[in-house]
Design a protein around this ligand. Structure first.
Ligand code: PLP
Length: 455
């Protein structure tokens, strides 16, 4: 007869947790989650106004996804790719390819965003080697930007504090400024500004030596490093044109902006630009399981496979349970027109956030696309001078909102200019009434913050 091991309590004998994350700061334990709400073990309800870290796109505890997972779990939860193919991975790859621009139809599954970016960098490099361009290895990226925490992804990430401790271990990759046009006070039109920022890529390629540059990686809508940064329309096509001019691959990191959050499956669809490689994660499986994907143009994949294979892979690639969940998530997004909802509800939420600017002079900017939205706090809207560090705005406002049961996501930009921005990105199932709830809690939080900070 077997006995079941009785695990001890969650904490060690001295009451200290064995778990650790980035800091000692801890949060209450989660009890359950449903739709756009989460409850902690004390029974307090939170509105998930940031979908976690812009992940829970279809909301929590979706019955169709849970059922698809349960059905797959009863069949097989793991299949090692060297031993077996699996149907959920095959079907999810086909469904994903169908949503991509023409030709971008080869899908490589991974378990998260950083792995997707690593895979993109390595495929780009192996494509260059396989096609007689072995001198190309530099990947230009933007500053600020975030592409992941693993060392390869960190080398192309533009956030000094994240990479500084690892500097000796990183190959420093060239960076150009992200198109933070909302900070510029020149006489250019938005279109002219877009072109000016894009042309910085051509300048950087020339500086580096065009024959050494492999790729350019960018987030079409910036994530947490910039706070939903959107460039003027002219930027996107010009970047594509420059990459083509120099024979450089364009990688769109859509780990956060992809999977429908901006109102299109890929954010780049808003500008009709086709990248050579796309990375997806976060909303792709919406937090039900760890899953990511690197989707590449077949023109890149074929020569690499012909030359002996893609020298890269992870144990959990194409995990059947993860892919079954991802397929059900995609089904929910498509069948319920959640991308249309993200566009409609995003428009409403954006208008409401912009409306706050009349009441709070310290909101300097509201930006984003669909349900990938952010606002930025400043000391002076005319100059866009950031709030003093002592205000600790990015932490304080988040804590005040958390206390009221509203979760928002903040960062103090760690680029050249240090500003506090807050991402408001509820799940794509959010309703107009729930936007009202978000705004009520946010307004109360901003009032309290303004009073405490004497703004
Ligand atoms: N790329 C982008 C644009 C991201 O926003 C993130 C995470 O925030 C990553 C990559 C890294 O993803 P992960 O944290 O799943 O490794």
């Amino acid at each position: 007869m077997t006995t079941q091991h009785a695990f001890s309590g969650a904490r060690g004998p001295d009451g200290e947790s064995h778990l650790f994350y980035q800091t000692r700061k801890r949060r209450p334990p989660i009890d359950r989650a449903e739709g756009i709400y989460i409850w902690d073990r004390a029974g307090k309800r939170y509105l998930d106004g940031s979908s976690g870290a812009m992940v829970a796109n279809i909301g929590h505890s979706n019955p169709r996804v849970l059922e698809a997972m349960r059905r797959q779990m009863e069949k097989a939860t793991f299949a090692y790719r060297l031993h077996f193919e699996n149907e959920p991975a095959e079907r999810l790859a086909a469904a994903t390819a169908e949503l991509m621009p023409e030709g971008l139809d080869k899908v490589f599954f991974v378990s998260g965003g950083s792995e997707a970016v690593e895979s993109a960098l390595k495929l780009a490099r192996q494509y260059a080697v396989a096609t007689g361009q072995a001198q190309r290895w530099k990947v230009v990226s933007r500053y600020p930007s975030y592409h992941g925490g693993t060392l390869g992804a960190l080398a192309v990430t533009g956030m000094a504090l994240m990479s500084a401790p690892f500097a000796p271990m990183l190959r420093d990759m060239p960076k150009i400024p992200a198109p933070t046009c909302y900070l510029d006070r020149d006489s250019l039109t938005p279109e002219e500004r877009g072109l000016r920022y894009a042309d910085m890529l051509a300048d950087e390629i020339e500086r580096q030596g065009p024959e050494t540059v492999l790729a350019f990686i960018m987030e079409p809508v910036g994530g947490a490093s910039t706070g939903a940064l959107v460039a003027p329309d002219s930027y996107y096509a010009r970047i594509r044109e420059i990459c083509d001019r120099y024979g450089i691959l364009l990688i769109h990191d859509e780990v956060m902006s992809g999977a429908g959050r901006t109102g299109r499956f890929l954010a780049s669809e808003h500008w009709g630009v086709k990248p050579d490689i796309v990375t997806l994660s976060k909303g792709f499986a919406a937090g039900y399981v760890p899953l990511g994907a690197m989707v590449a143009d077949r023109r890149l994949v074929e020569p690499v496979l012909d030359a002996g294979g893609f020298v890269h892979g992870h144990t959990y690639a194409g995990n059947p349970l993860a892919c079954a969940a991802g397929l059900a998530v995609l089904g929910e997004v498509l069948d319920n027109d959640l991308m249309g909802n993200a566009e409609r509800i995003g428009g409403l939420l954006e208008a409401e956030l912009k409306g706050l600017m009349a009441r709070y002079p310290f909101i300097g900017d509201v930006r984003g696309k669909g349900l990938m939205l952010a606002f930025e706090l400043v000391a002076d809207r005319d100059t866009m001078e950031p709030l003093p560090v002592g205000h600790d705005a990015h932490n304080r406002l988040v804590e005040i909102a958390y206390g009221k049961g509203l979760i928002i996501y903040s960062r103090r930009t760690r680029g050249g200019r240090k500003g506090d921005h807050f991402m408001v990105c509820p799940p794509m199932i959010a309703t107009a009434a729930q936007v009202g709830e978000i705004m009520d809690m946010l307004t109360a939080s901003l009032d309290e913050f303004a009073e405490a900070a004497k703004l």
